[in-house]
Design a protein around this ligand. Structure first.
Ligand SMILES: Nc1ncnc2c1ncn2[C@@H]1O[C@H](COP(=O)(O)OP(=O)(O)O)[C@@H](O)[C@H]1O
Ligand SMILES: [Mg+2]
Length: 331
């Protein structure tokens, strides 16, 4: 730790990382002041391929924003690095798959056809007409409709379904492509289980864990449900606007930082683990670290236990040192 800013040194970059985010800043215009309101401040994140990363944090801290930057739906304003598998994030591409909170279901297609659509989007054009491909696509579609307990609704239309069912259809759309194509390499999900009832939600948590084990993909999963996060993640990130530094007593609302980054053993395939004392203690620790506006951690006291976590100098210090070059910035 460095007394001036609690800088934790950057590990060696191998080039194999799924994510390499360094000194990333993002914000939006504030209509009242006409200035930029910073949402994300000095985000550093180095991730090995194959991690199940859960991102939690208080409402409005910028979880969805960070996810949109990773999927390329939005461009980061400033960063030394913002790379997915060594390539700067540009536009959405096939390597990244996204399940949005909003449903992308077409009203004029049945549930089964909506799910199949996920496959058709990813397929080579000439495959679409091959009987063998079509049979396989139908089989996988039916398999996931069953796994998501939607088989009875296969021939219904989206408007005939409840919110939770529609959400399951949207998730099935993504899962079929993972099954058939072994992709995306990075799966980004923004509160995908938000509209599900508790029982179905636990089933989905177990299902997504199994798929992650089977396909060794990198998952970045945003949730506001701490229990879900602790259960699912192999790495838990807490993003929070509640922090202080020597330069900032927390009153300036300078945007959110990663205040906690810890590795977790992900051997729990039964939701029974949620009842253990250890599980409860971890949830409490997360709450204390990132969710209490009256108890802000100093940047030097963030809980960055994960071996790949690091902290860059702040933008202000970096400019003073002359180490932040405009040419490094992805815009
Ligand atoms: N497109 C946008 N324009 C202006 N402000 C935005 C935009 N998107 C998000 N924000 C603001 O950025 C902050 C973080 O939002 P968001 O990433 O949605 O938070 P979270 O997902 O953690 O709840 C909020 O204050 C929100 O109002
Ligand atoms: Mg959000």
């Amino acid at each position: 730790m460095n007394g001036t800013n609690g800088v934790k040194a950057k590990p060696v970059i191998t080039g194999e990382e799924a994510l390499h985010i360094e000194s990333a800043y993002h914000g939006y215009p504030d209509t009242e002041t006409g200035r930029t309101k910073r949402v994300l401040t000095n985000i550093d994140l180095l991730s090995e391929s194959g991690e199940f990363i859960c991102l939690v944090g208080p409402s409005g801290c910028g979880k969805s924003t960070l996810l949109r930057l990773i999927t390329g739906q939005e461009r980061v304003q400033q960063a030394k690095h913002f790379d997915v598998f060594s390539r700067p994030v540009g536009f959405p591409d096939k390597q990244r798959g996204v399940v949005f909170q909003q449903y992308t279901l077409l009203p004029n297609l049945t549930v089964a056809k909506n799910v199949r659509l996920g496959l058709e989007f990813q397929a080579d054009l000439h495959d679409l007409w091959r009987p063998k491909w079509r049979r396989e696509a139908n089989l996988i579609t039916m398999k996931y409709l069953e796994r998501m307990r939607l088989a009875d609704a296969a021939n219904k239309y989206p408007q005939e379904l409840s919110g939770g069912m529609r959400q399951r259809v949207a998730i099935a759309q993504t899962l079929v492509t993972i099954d058939m194509f072994g992709m995306p390499k990075v799966l980004c999900m923004d509160e995908p289980f938000g509209a599900l009832d508790p029982g179905t939600r636990e089933d989905m948590q177990v299902l997504i864990s199994q798929l992650w084990e089977e396909h060794k993909m990198t998952v970045i999963f945003v949730t506001h449900d701490l229990e879900e996060a602790v259960f699912l993640s192999s790495r838990l990130l807490v993003l929070s606007q509640y922090w202080t530094s020597d330069q900032d007593d927390g009153s300036k609302l300078s945007g959110s930082r990663i205040v906690m980054d810890i590795p977790l053993d992900k051997h729990a395939m039964s939701t029974e683990v949620k009842k253990t004392a250890e599980f409860g203690a971890l949830m409490k620790q997360v709450l204390d670290t990132g969710f209490n506006p009256n108890h802000r951690r100093h940047v030097a006291e963030f809980n960055l236990e994960h071996p790949k976590s690091f902290q860059s100098l702040s933008l202000e210090e970096d400019h003073l040192n002359g180490t932040f070059h405009e040419r490094d910035i992805v815009t």
